[in-house]
Design a protein around this ligand. Structure first.
Ligand code: URP
Ligand code: ZN
Ligand code: ZN
Length: 459
């Protein structure tokens, strides 16, 4: 099947230019002016922008947390992603302590199989990595699961010690893997939480008060030091505050190999949300927490300047009705995380590009091209070039949309951006040449998404 997207303005990380895009089957065949080729399917993109499909490298679909599980599975989550202009997700498989790493990955493969509507890959959350298990990291890298997340927070559940972090970094230095770090000082936070609860401070706002920015910055600093000791690069997930950015910027300034990701919630929402009446603040209980508004400008500057490389979502949805509500009377029992897989691209187009904080090219870079490069998907994904997968989004950048739980496609009963009006709507979303969303309607097929075997680091 030949498909032509005619008359649009193509935006890539390298430039913006008028061009047609010709697709042969699943891949892009040509990009250029006046491609009058015979095509079975023609989309008129006049007045619209043609961008690479978004790549969200931080999602938690169908993820158990104690007795509950995140509200989106691989079907509802990837359908929502597609509605928002995202055509690739990289989700986190979780190793239960003692479990072989490969077994954890295979569990998540089964969760996605037959359900995912767009292409997907996996990172592995490692909770237990004795020296004898290190070889399992090599096996997974060879299978295309090249990235390993370690937690410096959540003692007794996910947190690993510095020796484990160092071991993982050393191994990744040699096998082409990359360690992703949840950087918060879990020991200090546990102490602060214990004290707050003992003083009767149980409301959602105490979640933020007990996870200070200094606890994040300290862990970022330590991550970088351990990575330098191990001779490995490190990628810091969900950077939330100016203090953490300063650590990353200083380290990069002296040549350290550290990469940083932030998320829309840290760019658009701030700590006052925890003061919402009643239990409403639980909607924003996530780790790290929302921060004071002034620090957001530092995050934006870091994104614009390349001190941070990626905007992902940390999509980790829990319903208010029967999931977040488990933490009424004890903020430490509120399941942490918020939905965002659908809202990322339009929020960033509106509040980033339209607001003049980042260029459209930089938008493409941080939402698609850099994630593809860092996570071993380039040049198959994240670019508009001959030979690349035809994962494309035709955006109407003039059309308005109001975010609301009543109309979003995420299977969760609230939207953190409820009532927020954005300009920028994906009119047409193609996954490997096939329409998945057209005119706001899902026209794809759950199960059509394929597992992406990602390449190891080549640096
Ligand atoms: O609170 C959050 N962010 N939950 C998701 C898990 C994580 O740490 O990324
Ligand atoms: Zn995390
Ligand atoms: Zn996460």
């Amino acid at each position: 099947m030949r498909t032509l997207i005619r008359g649009g303005t193509v935006a890539t990380a390298a430039g913006i230019f008028p061009a047609d895009v010709l697709i042969e089957g699943e891949t892009i065949a040509r990009v250029g002016a006046g491609l009058g080729a015979e095509a079975q399917r023609v989309f008129d993109a006049r007045g619209k922008y043609v961008l690479p499909g978004g790549i969200d490298v931080h999602t938690h679909l169908d993820m158990p947390l104690g007795e509950i599980v995140t509200a989106d599975d691989f079907e509802s989550g990837t359908v929502a992603a597609a509605h928002g202009g995202t055509t690739t997700v990289v989700d986190f498989a979780v190793q239960t302590p003692g479990q072989p790493l490969r077994e954890a990955w295979e569990t998540w493969m089964r969760k996605a199989e037959g359900k995912a509507a767009v292409d997907y890959g996996f990172h592995l959350i490692v909770t237990d990595l004795p020296p004898a298990r290190l070889v399992e990291m090599d096996v997974l890298v060879a299978e295309g699961v090249t990235t390993f997340k370690l937690f410096m927070a959540y003692p007794g559940r996910l947190m690993v010690d510095d020796a484990t972090i160092y071991r993982a970094l050393r191994r990744a230095a040699g096998n082409g893997g990359l360690v992703l770090m949840h950087a918060e000082n879990g020991g200090v936070i546990e102490e602060l939480v214990r004290r707050a609860l003992a003083e009767g401070k149980t409301a959602p706002r105490w979640h933020a008060a007990t996870r200070p920015a200094a606890a994040e910055a300290e862990a970022v600093h330590r991550s970088i030091a351990l990575a330098e000791l191990a001779g490995a690069p490190v990628y810091i997930v969900h950077v939330s505050c100016a203090e953490a950015v300063e650590e990353i910027a200083a380290a990069r300034g002296r040549g350290a190999r550290v990469l940083g990701e932030t998320c829309p919630q840290y760019l658009f929402l701030s700590e006052e949300r925890y003061d919402a009446p009643g239990f409403e603040g639980a909607k924003y209980v996530m780790s790290p927490p929302l921060r004071p508004r002034p620090g957001q400008e530092r995050l934006w500057r870091a994104l614009a300047a390349g001190e941070l490389q990626v905007v992902a979502t940390d999509h980790c949805p829990f319903r208010m009705r029967d999931q977040k509500s488990l933490g009424r009377g004890d903020f430490s029992r509120i399941p942490g995380g918020a939905p965002g897989i659908e809202t990322r691209m339009s929020l960033l187009l509106d509040g980033g590009v339209r607001a003049g904080r980042i260029s459209l090219e930089r938008f493409v870079e941080v939402t698609a091209t850099a994630p593809a490069r860092i996570f071993g998907l380039h040049p198959r994904k994240g670019v508009i070039a001959p030979g690349s997968d035809a994962d494309l989004v035709v955006w109407d950048l003039d059309r308005e949309h109001t975010w609301s739980a009543a109309t979003h496609h995420m299977r969760v009963d609230y939207n953190p951006y409820e009532g927020m009006v954005v300009r920028g709507v994906p009119e047409l979303v193609l996954s490997r040449g096939s329409p998945v969303v057209e005119g706001g309607r899902f026209v794809g097929r759950p199960g059509a998404g394929r597992f992406l075997k990602r390449a190891p680091r080549s640096d």
